[in-house]
Structure formats: structure tokens, C-alpha cells
Write a protein that binds this ligand. Sequence first.
Ligand SMILES: NC(=O)c1ccc[n+]([C@@H]2O[C@H](COP(=O)([O-])OP(=O)(O)OC[C@H]3O[C@@H](n4cnc5c(N)ncnc54)[C@H](O)[C@@H]3O)[C@@H](O)[C@H]2O)c1
Length: 278
Amino acid sequence: MGKLDGKVAFITGAARGQGRSHALRLAQEGADIIAVDVLDQVGSVGYPLATQEDLDETVRLVEALDRRIVASKADVRDSAALKAAVDEGVSQLGRVDIVLANAGIASFAPVGELTDEMWDDMIDINLTGVFKTVRAALPHLRAHGEGGAIVITSSTAGIKGMANLAHYVSAKHGVVGLMKTLANELAPEMIRVNSVHPTSVDTDMIHNEAIYGLFMPDKAASEVTRDEVGEIFQALNALPIRWVDPVDISNAVLFLVSDDARYITGVQLPVDAGSVIK
Ligand SMILES: NC(=O)c1ccc[n+]([C@@H]2O[C@H](COP(=O)([O-])OP(=O)(O)OC[C@H]3O[C@@H](n4cnc5c(N)ncnc54)[C@H](O)[C@@H]3O)[C@@H](O)[C@H]2O)c1
């Protein structure tokens, strides 16, 4: 018996990183998966986003757990593509019970150097994309009348300010307002809405030359090692660790979407190695 037997989860940004980990963790507990990812580059992002091969690997890994998955290319900025993806998923898998608005990007600059493109891409994907994701899934979440759970991936940057990340911090704070509003609107239908707030997570979003160059500006980014940036990442956390693993976030998400959290709605759950209280 899994904690999510008979449930279907719609996950954005599921080709790799935390999104893939969430798909696998939920599938281990019996859920079937509707997965989308942009599978394309975004102009202002200085590291490669996921590929079709990445999404294929998520499909392979979920199917290896004997679960079903309907995966497709969809950009969270594109309402029609999201609707088509979730509608197709429901036509094959029957329903949606869980929505994980996980897709996101990062880019870095102090406010005076943030371009319109950096700001607009960030807000369009990390804030408006979350709204569009939830809106696309909502009719299906409501249709069966059995309640459901939405988890929005924010960040410690959704709790505190951070230099070089005004656009990211604004988007990640913005989704908290969306989460609290949705929690109120959907509570009568027993649809719970919460946010997770990770510290640094060991994914491609932090392990790339754009971040390495920002953290160690005196060295060529291509020569910076994981160990060197690890010390800087560790200084952000209270617990003496560099970063958490994607599965640490997946376990928190699993808790929030399962009946273990059946009366928890409207909360911000940090999974942050104490970085917020430091
Ligand atoms: N890695 C970290 O340190 C960290 C910390 C806190 C919060 N987060 C958040 O966690 C979430 C997952 O990030 P990750 O760490 O797995 O990084 P990642 O880059 O490995 O994964 C993000 C995924 O989102 C996809 N994506 C990007 N733009 C998209 C779009 N417009 N439409 C659909 N898919 C899109 C990417 O292709 C990628 O597969 C993001 O919301 C991120 O902001 C990450």
C-alpha cells in the first residue's frame, strides 16, 4: 500500500532535478504522473534548461516503478499548452489529485544591472507560470469532488531578501501570496495549498558556470570546483551541509500532499538546513 495509491499528480519542470525527483517519490507511493517541461532555452537564463532526453529519462524511471506517466513539452508561460498537456493526461490517467508547480529559472544581477528581459522572464515563469499551472489543473482537481493538494515550490528567497536576486525573490515571495489566496479559495472543496521553501538544492540550477562565476568572481568559472563553491553554499546554512538533495524536498512535498497532512493548508514549509534562522 502506497500513501498515494489511485492518485494522479501533475508536475511542471519534471524533466530533471527536483521535478523528476518528485515524480519518482510520488510514483513510489503509488501515484501516476502527468509531467511537463519547457525543453527549450529561455533567453535570460545563463545555464542549459532540460532536454527531451531528460524528460525521456523521467518517463523511463517512473515506468520502471510500474507507474504510468504522460509526459509532454509545455512552457508554463503558455496557458493553451498547459491545458492541452493536463487534458491529455486526464484523458489517459482519469483524474488529477495533486499539482506540483515546480518549474523555475534562475538568473543573477544587482538591481541596477537587471535587464527588462531578466525581470520579465523571471516573473513570467516563476510567478505567472505558477498561476497558469494551477489554473490549468483546477477544473480537473475540482471535477471529482474528493479534494486534493497543491504544492508550490518557492525558496528561502520567498522568505528573505537576497542580493543579486531581486526578480527571483519578488517572484518567490509572490507565489506565497498566491498560495495563501488559493488556500482560502479552495478550502471549502478540501483542496489544500501549501508552499515549500528549499535552501540550495543539488541540481543543475546551482551547479553551472553562471553561479560559479557569481560566487567566485576572481576565478574563471570553468575552473571553479564543486568543493570550492560548496564552502560558500555551506555558509548559507545553519546545519553544516552544503546543499540538500532533491529527495529531501520530495519527502516534504510527499508529506504535504498525503493524508499525513490532511488538515494542513496555507503553510510555508522551509526545507532549508536552518538557513532562514541563521
Ligand atoms: N536548486 C536550488 O538551489 C533551488 C533552491 C530553492 C528553490 N528552487 C526552485 O526549485 C524548483 C526546481 O528547480 P531545480 O532545482 O530542480 O532546477 P532545474 O533547473 O534542474 O529544474 C527546473 C526545471 O524547470 C524547467 N523549466 C524552466 N522553465 C520552464 C518553463 N517556462 N516551462 C516549463 N518548465 C520549465 C527546466 O527545464 C527544468 O527541467 C524551481 O522553482 C527553483 O526555483 C531551487
